[in-house]
Structure formats: C-alpha cells, structure tokens
Design a protein around this ligand. Structure first.
Ligand code: CDP
Length: 231
C-alpha cells in the first residue's frame, strides 16, 4: 500500500484552496480539514457571547478565558458532499461563512492563545497522516514536515469575483466591493501578524490558479500528490 502523507495547502483568502483540498481528499480517500473553519467557529462564538466591543474589536482577554469552553469538531460530509463544522456540537457551517464572521475572523486569528489552541487540535487531526489541510500556516507552523506543500496565489480581484459568486449562490446578500474590501483587509492582517503570518514555506510549490479551471487545478494537484507519494 502507498505511504500516507500530509498535504498542506496555504494561500490568500478566497483562493480556492478549500475546493481543491476537499476534492483531493475525496479522490484519494484522505481526511480533509478546513483550518479556516476553526478560526471562523471561534469568531462566531465571540460574536454570540458578546465578546466583540462596540468598535468592532475583540474582547481579547475574555475570549482567551472562554477558550476552554469552545469545542470544535467536524461532521462527516453529508448529501451535499461538504463536511460541516460543529461548535459545541451545533452545526454552524452556514453561519460561519457570513460577512459578519468574515470581517472579524482575521483579528481573532491574530490572538496567540487562539492560534496555540487551534494549532494543537489541527496537529492532533494529522497524527495518523492521510490528511489534506488548508489554511494560512499549515506548511510553516502546523505541519512544517508535511510531505507536500502548496502555496496558492491569485490576484485579489479574481479571488473577490469568485467569492462574490459563491456568496450570491448561497443567497447571501453582499456587494462585490464589500467582498473585495474584505479579501484585501484579511490578506493584510494575515500577512502582517506577528504569530504564524501567512507566507510561503521555503519548500512549498507555488500555484497561481488565476486562469485555471477547477478541473485543471485538480489535475495539477493530483499529479503533485502522486509524485510525492511515489518518492
Ligand atoms: O475565506 P477563506 O476561505 O479564504 O478563508 P478561511 O480559510 O475560511 O480562513 C478565514 C480566516 O481564518 C483567514 O482570513 C485567517 O485570518 C484565519 N486563518 C488563519 O489565521 N490560519 C489558518 N490556518 C486558517 C485561517
């Protein structure tokens, strides 16, 4: 039997990482973990529990105190083929995707204690290997020894266009300008934070998927996967 590996997919917001990661995991029978969903779930908890100040900043010390009562898990993919994120046992998959969460998630993801807790959980998920995980710091911090690392980049306008279409498709009312502003804002916060900033790992392969179809992207990734497993 082929050896099991860890696949780390990192990159900017809305670059199509999750779609690629999910498709690869399904194709090769690996577990898929969306690390961004975990930061989003912590953010939803903060919103629901009044841990956001009126000026839209996070009540950091209160959120840190609450961390032990925030439990995140995933329910296996159902009929829609998508794995659902659970916050303290409740399915919050659609709530964590809305713009309110998107606009507060990067400030939450800056908090070192939040990162420490989620990183430990992510490493636990990867203990047996055979996993595809996407995020910002998977190849640098969570799994620095991952056998296959991919760093996805695409220009911000194209990423915003894709996310805008995706949100409209889900019936979420939003303008293109709002989505673009959010993409740029998160890119900035994610790449300039002190702990585990978004950056390409030295040994990651870069993929600019701006002009690729989802099928071409998948073919590219599957080829890299097969080469790595055969090494
Ligand atoms: O919108 P998109 O799918 O690109 O983002 P996401 O993967 O759902 O991640 C949401 C946010 O969580 C990011 O903008 C980061 O601020 C944070 N994040 C992180 O800091 N580290 C990760 N490994 C994953 C996400």
């Amino acid at each position: 039997m082929d050896k099991k590996i860890i696949v780390a997919l990192d990159g900017y917001s809305s670059s199509g990482k999750s779609t690629m990661a999910r498709a690869l995991a399904r194709k090769v029978g690996y577990v898929y973990v969306d690390s961004g969903a975990m930061y989003r779930a912590v953010t939803l908890y903060a919103i629901r529990n009044g841990l956001v100040n009126p000026d839209a900043t996070i009540k950091t010390s209160e959120l840190i105190k609450a961390l032990p009562s925030i439990h995140i898990s995933f329910a296996p993919a159902g009929a829609d083929g998508v794995q659902h994120t659970l916050l303290n046992g409740e399915d919050v998959e659609s709530q964590i995707r809305d713009m309110k969460v998107s606009s507060l998630v990067s400030p939450v993801a800056v908090i070192p204690e939040v990162r420490e807790r989620l990183t430990a959980l992510q490493q636990e998920f990867g203990k047996e290997k055979g996993i595809v995980m996407d995020g910002r710091d998977i190849g640098t911090t969570v799994f620095p020894h991952a056998e296959l690392k991919v760093f996805v980049c695409t220009n911000a306008e194209e990423r915003a266009r894709r996310r805008y279409k995706e949100l409209l498709g889900k019936g979420i009312e939003v303008s293109y300008d709002e989505v673009l502003a959010n993409v740029l804002e998160r890119d900035h916060i994610d790449s300039t934070r002190e702990v585990s900033p978004l950056r390409k790992a030295d040994d990651a392969i870069e993929l600019d998927n701006g002009t690729m179809t989802p099928e071409e992207q998948m073919e590219w990734l599957l080829k890299r996967f097969q080469e790595t497993v055969a090494k």
